[in-house]
Write a protein that binds this ligand. Structure first.
Ligand SMILES: *Cc1c(COP(=O)(O)O)cnc(C)c1O
Length: 400
């Protein structure tokens, strides 16, 4: 009688727990950003909404420090922003130098190959920055390279690469750059125009602390020219910038797809918050909270993976101490403290923990919660840890 497909489901509304998000993203939403999500939905061609879209583009130009006209949020997570850059800039047969020093460089290679391009891979060890000398050598060996692609802030390891120097090398060799700034935007210094980056994508849920699902992008005039001069259409209809722009960048506001209205309200609010704080102040806050967390973690005897000069303040990766059960510890943090941290990815799985200090999550009270939760959990799992010493070190680092 009762076929499963005709049974009427009866569930209560979903009530998520209140976590503290200190992993590799998403980060905690500011209450104002969360409130923006629940405002009334309007039509995506509504004149009030169109006005908000213009503000959003201006706010994004401020966050990226660019005057690029072509700056807007792609409807989709960071991965869609990534694919938008590669699909539009890479034509079949194009040679692309891709720097790989973690998970996301590996994904860039996939993107190049799926767009029909030829990837020239420059590998660096996980936990290290991209080596500019290797990139220089790759250009010398491949003078016909059209694009250089690299990850500014490699979230899988916590390493920052020198985007400014890499862009200089590309420019000298007549190539455009594609830069992944998903984790760097608003968390550490990023200057799109001063550094001369061409195609740049980011994400809403990392240091901007908005809801996941939007990918801010910006394109230089040279990148736009390359896209307009393509010899064949972009394979993806959805990501073809020539079509998207009739909605985002022209007075016509031609229907392309239904914009994720409420999600865009949230991004707008998170960017208003960023503008109120000031971009340089946001970078400084991430650096300050990083010094505090780092002092506490080191006082516990934990060791960072990335050399000091290249550490991302917003993503702190440490080796898991000998004999501590990784999954068990993270379960304790979640169940006893409502605290989420990140596990290791790829070759670092089971070997490291990743502590995110991103956007609204990057606050003193969270650093202290993290140190307290870690102390209790390490002690419970049989690794004696002095929480008082960690607290004192963290407070001292903040005062210095
Ligand atoms: C998170 C992340 C992405 C992917 O973003 P999604 O929103 O998960 O698709 C890409 N690159 C880097 C460096 C990231 O940290």
């Amino acid at each position: 009688m009762s076929a499963t497909h005709s049974a009427r489901p009866s569930f209560a509304s979903f009530a998520p727990p209140q976590r503290t998000l200190m992993g590799p993203g998403p980060s905690d939403l500011h209450p104002r950003t969360l409130a923006a999500l629940s405002r009334p939905t309007v039509g995506h061609l509504d004149p009030t909404f169109v006005g908000m879209m213009d503000e959003l583009k201006e706010l994004l130009r401020y966050a990226f420090l660019t005057k690029n006209e072509l700056t807007f949020p792609v409807s989709g997570p960071g991965s869609v922003g990534m694919e938008t850059c590669f699909d539009n800039l890479v034509e079949p047969g194009d040679k692309v130098i891709v720097c790989r020093n973690g998970v996301f460089g590996g994904r860039m290679i996939e993107n190049v190959e799926r767009a029909g391009g030829v990837a020239v891979i420059v590998d660096d060890p996980w936990g290290m920055p991209v080596d500019p000398q290797k990139v220089e050598d790759a250009f010398k060996a491949n003078p016909d390279t059209r694009v250089l692609a690299f990850v500014h802030a490699e979230t899988s390891t916590g390493a920052r690469s020198d985007a400014k120097t890499l862009a200089e090398i590309a420019r000298r060799h007549g190539a455009l750059t594609i830069a992944d700034t998903v984790t760097s935007l608003a968390g550490c210094e990023l200057r799109v125009d001063d550094w001369g980056l061409d195609a740049v994508y980011s994400g809403s849920q990392k240091c901007l602390s908005s809801a996941p699902g939007l990918s801010p992008v910006t394109f230089s005039a040279a990148a736009q020219e390359r896209i307009k001069g393509r010899s064949r259409k972009v394979q993806s209809w959805f990501m073809d910038l020539n079509l998207v722009l009739d909605y985002w960048n022209s007075a016509k506001r031609t229907y392309h797809h239904t914009a994720p209205i409420n999600n865009l309200y949230a991004l707008h609010e998170s960017l208003v918050l960023l503008a109120e704080e000031g971009i340089e102040n946001a970078w400084a806050r991430h650096a300050r909270m990083h010094r505090m967390l780092r002092a506490g973690l080191e006082a516990m005897g934990l060791v960072f993976v990335v050399p000091e000069e290249w550490r991302l303040p917003q993503l702190n990766t440490v080796h898991i101490p000998e004999g501590v059960n990784d999954a068990e510890l993270r379960r304790r943090l979640l169940n006893n403290f409502n605290l989420e941290i990140g596990a290791g990815l790829g070759p670092l799985a089971g070997k490291v923990w990743r502590f995110g200090l991103m956007g609204h999550s990057c606050r003193e009270e969270n650093v202290l919660l993290c140190l307290e939760a870690l102390t209790e959990s390490l002690n419970a799992l049989g690794r004696p840890t002095d929480g008082d010493a960690a607290f004192a070190a963290a407070k001292a680092a903040l005062a210095s």
